[in-house]
Write a protein that binds this ligand. Structure first.
Ligand code: HPA
Ligand code: ZN
Length: 336
């Protein structure tokens, strides 16, 4: 089987996907028009042309500006359905979606509106596309601990509808330690916990995420390779890393995909997964991340199968849900 067909056929879980980062410029413009919201760009083409980032913050500035087009329940539904259709076409069987309530509540959009639209899309994705999903609420780390606690309080009546909590936005200068108490409360409430760490921030932030937030997965985590003891610990504990190769190149974490350390992390025994992060901004959905990375780093089919297997194993579904996906993965890998 040709590489792309093989990678599409492998059942995959996408574990690092910001739903607001799947807002394609075409939808951004149609929603902005529908909602009478001004955008800082004159056209779809001008918007795409502005996607030349120098670091994480230069991306986040545009990402938050684009999210202003999202107002109504139907907007969040349409956004998530567009993502699920792309994901299904790429062979995603399960997706754990990050969403950023503070980006919306700060503009006067109610938390319930965001959640209703996303949750309806999750149900529709299951019934119409056979894609299962979970929602993970992310706290914006550039905002205060107090703001994060207020967000959690607002979310509490709806906690049955979300599965986990995460930490995203500007990493430098906002260490995981800032949110130790918030994450303790999240764990008390029975939420799974994950955090972005070691994308732009130092290995010490990955250690803090593990020790102080007690996260179950590290989002990105690529800077772990600067700390041999940390690498050994991550390998030993089997802590999954949700790596996003095209994102890392777009945000200048690595100059070229050929320079990415994903193969090094994988060969050091870490539970590496491949994800798209913010596909509308970074030039590709999960399948393109797999294909381009496989070619740039000469990953073998056994390694690619392992990466897909890691994603199924690292997901927050029950073992019963995982079993049929793993069986299909084995069948694809065996060429049957
Ligand atoms: N890093 C931090 N925050 C984010 C990202 C990211 O890659 N994408 C959306 N918010
Ligand atoms: Zn991310």
């Amino acid at each position: 089987m040709e590489l792309e067909a093989f990678l599409r056929a492998l059942p995959k879980a996408e574990l690092h996907l910001h739903i607001e980062g799947s807002l394609e410029p075409e939808m951004m413009f149609s929603l902005a028009q529908r909602n009478g919201v001004p955008l800082p760009w004159a056209s779809v083409e001008a918007t795409r042309a502005a996607y030349a980032f120098t670091d994480l913050q230069s991306f986040l500035d545009l990402y938050y500006a684009g999210a202003a087009a999202l107002i109504h329940e139907a907007d969040f539904f349409d956004l998530a359905m567009a993502y699920f259709r792309r994901a299904a076409a790429d062979g995603v069987v399960h997706a754990e979606l990050f969403f950023d309530p503070q980006t919306h509540t700060a503009r006067g959009v109610a938390y319930g509106t965001v959640l209703d639209g996303l949750e309806r899309a999750c149900h529709t994705a299951q019934t119409e596309l056979g894609v299962s999903s979970r929602l993970i609420l992310c706290f914006l780390r550039h905002l205060s601990e107090e703001d994060a606690f207020a967000t959690l309080t607002e979310a509490e009546p709806h906690l049955a509808r979300i599965h986990g909590a995460g930490l995203d936005s500007s990493e430098r200068g906002h260490p995981p330690s800032k949110f130790a108490r918030v994450f303790a409360r999240c764990r008390e409430l029975g939420l799974h916990v994950v955090a972005h760490a070691g994308e732009e921030g130092p290995p010490a932030y990955i250690r803090q995420a593990l020790d102080l937030l007690q996260v179950e997965r590290i989002d990105h985590g690529v800077r772990a390779s600067e700390d041999a003891d940390l690498l050994a610990r991550l390998a030993e504990d089997g802590t999954p890393l949700t790596v996003c190769p095209l994102s890392n190149v777009k945000l200048c974490v690595f100059k070229r995909l050929e320079d990415h350390n994903l193969a090094q992390l994988l060969r050091a025994g870490l539970k590496v997964t491949i994800n798209s992060d913010d596909p509308a901004y970074f030039g590709g959905y999960i399948l393109k991340n797999f294909v381009d990375t496989a070619l740039a780093l000469s990953l073998s089919r056994a390694e690619l199968t392992q990466i897909a297997r890691n994603s199924l194993e690292a997901s927050f579904v029950s073992d019963a849900e995982r079993v049929p996906w793993l069986a299909r993965l084995d069948a694809v890998a065996a060429g049957t």
